[in-house]
Design a protein around this ligand. Structure first.
Ligand SMILES: O=c1[nH]c(=O)c2[nH]c(=O)[nH]c2[nH]1
Length: 307
């Protein structure tokens, strides 16, 4: 039975299409390698497939999957994961009349060239820890929103962190401290200000360079100088300084979202009747935990004057 008169907001796509790509380009015989996990979501005029048994407007999700491999093959020159996402989005919007918006999410695994005896290996890679993410939304008009990110950047410092003078009430037991571990797993995503496919920088591997630089600014701000560090009065303050540093440094980043769980390392104190100070905590022995964890996140952008 046809369900007439209902508003339908719909999209369809293929999730988690995995592709590896090698470029054997280096004049020195070096290879480059990426591994991408691609998810595609298409907004298209295909309501007849919902209203009736008419699939004539559907771009099959299997076709979307195949397209990932065809386009990876066609990219004879190395390109950033951002460029690949935009290229795919652009393809779906321009190739199919009924597709008006394509949303492409890609997670790039951190395969890094290994060094053997201090020399970069020509074709050997090992897996690092944090992923490079991208979301490109491409419209038929060429309008674009582009967000890149780093996921799972685990950071820890053993001092120069505290938390004090917070709300204290009958439920509070946490003591004020100016000495604690600070551990987090940063998930950051930043939106670039490029608003059309045509306006993105043409410089080769531009977004790879930006990714490395943003990560460095985030880490430099979290840790401070190598000998002295920098004091963190809260995760909130450190998050704000990290995001602020990125916005100050990169004019083409319009906003940044930072999610920084406060991963607790608990002081260990052990005692028994016979041995009341078996282990007495002196900022040395901790119980690492995963849960519960503090959950702190914010989106930062510039306040623009309307004058
Ligand atoms: O940096 C912190 N922010 C908090 O909001 C919080 N809450 C808490 O119990 N410990 C901490 N630490």
């Amino acid at each position: 039975m046809a369900a007439e008169g209902l508003r339908v907001d719909q999209r369809h796509g293929k999730a988690r299409v995995r592709v590896g790509r090698v470029w054997r380009q280096g004049l020195d015989g070096s290879h480059h390698f990426v591994e991408w996990n691609v998810s595609i979501s298409l907004l298209s005029h295909c309501l007849s497939s919902y209203h009736r048994d008419d699939n004539s407007d559907i771009v099959a999700t299997d076709t979307m999957k195949n397209t990932v491999y065809v386009k990876a093959k066609e990219c004879g020159d190395r390109l950033s994961v951002e460029e690949f996402a935009i290229l795919l989005g652009n393809h779906f919007c321009s190739f199919y009349p009924q597709v008006y918006t394509a949303i492409v999410n890609i997670i790039e695994k951190p395969w890094e060239r290994v060094c053997i005896d201090g020399k970069p290996h020509l074709h050997g890679f090992k897996l690092g820890s944090e992923n490079h993410t991208v979301e490109a939304t491409v419209h038929k008009s060429g309008a674009l929103t582009l967000t890149s990110g780093v996921a799972g950047l685990a950071l820890l410092k053993t001092t120069q962190s505290g938390f004090e003078k917070f709300v204290r009430d009958k439920y509070t037991i946490l003591p004020d401290t100016r000495e604690r571990m600070l551990a987090t797993e940063v998930n950051a995503s930043w939106r670039y200000s490029y608003e059309s496919v045509a306006s993105i920088p043409k410089k080769e591997l531009y977004f790879n360079e930006k990714f490395m630089e943003v990560k460095k600014v985030l880490m430099d701000t979290f840790f401070g100088p190598p000998e002295t560090g920098v004091y963190s009065p809260s995760v909130q303050r450190t998050l704000y300084l990290m995001g602020g540093a990125v916005l100050r440094r990169f004019a083409d980043v319009a906003s940044i979202h930072l999610k920084m769980p406060n991963i607790h390392f608990l002081p260990v104190n052990l005692s028994s009747k016979e041995n009341p100070s078996m282990v007495k905590f002196k900022d040395d022995v901790y119980l690492p935990t995963d849960e519960p964890h503090g959950s702190i996140e914010a989106t930062l952008s510039r306040i623009t004057s309307k004058m």
